[in-house]
Design a protein around this ligand. Sequence first.
Ligand SMILES: [Zn+2]
Ligand SMILES: [Zn+2]
Length: 158
Amino acid sequence: MNTASGSPELIDKFVEFLKSKKLRKTPERFALLEYIATVPGHFTLDMMQQHADESGFHVSRATIYNTVNLLVEARMLRRHDIEGLPTQYELASTPPHSHLICTTCHKLKEVRDKYFIAFMNTRKYNAFNTQYYSHYVFGTCSTCARKRKRNAVTTKKK
Ligand SMILES: [Zn+2]
Ligand SMILES: [Zn+2]
């Protein structure tokens, strides 16, 4: 749901953050950020490792983990710990959206529910300043529903 066009902004933000933390601006950290900027939607540490390996860019799991955590701390990335799924990350600049999660195959789909977004925009909570929210909807995807139906039919025939 995001494009690579935001990448110079992301780089500036990360440079500022690393400076404020007195951390080194290593090429690995920026190469990983460049990759993140091109991912549409969610990604996992495994996806990052795979991408690095495939592009012949040698980076350790520890560096990936460390970079992602720094980006979360810099509020540039959001982390999603969803039951049954590996930890997911996405750019904090991604527009508001909902996550549909199949509890059978654990597939995650992002949707923009304009009614829900409009509703959330009207919400004001007492003594609380909302920055963002994460919305998860759990259920069964159409593929799993079809499989279940088929299995039910074959069991009946027996
Ligand atoms: Zn499913
Ligand atoms: Zn998302």
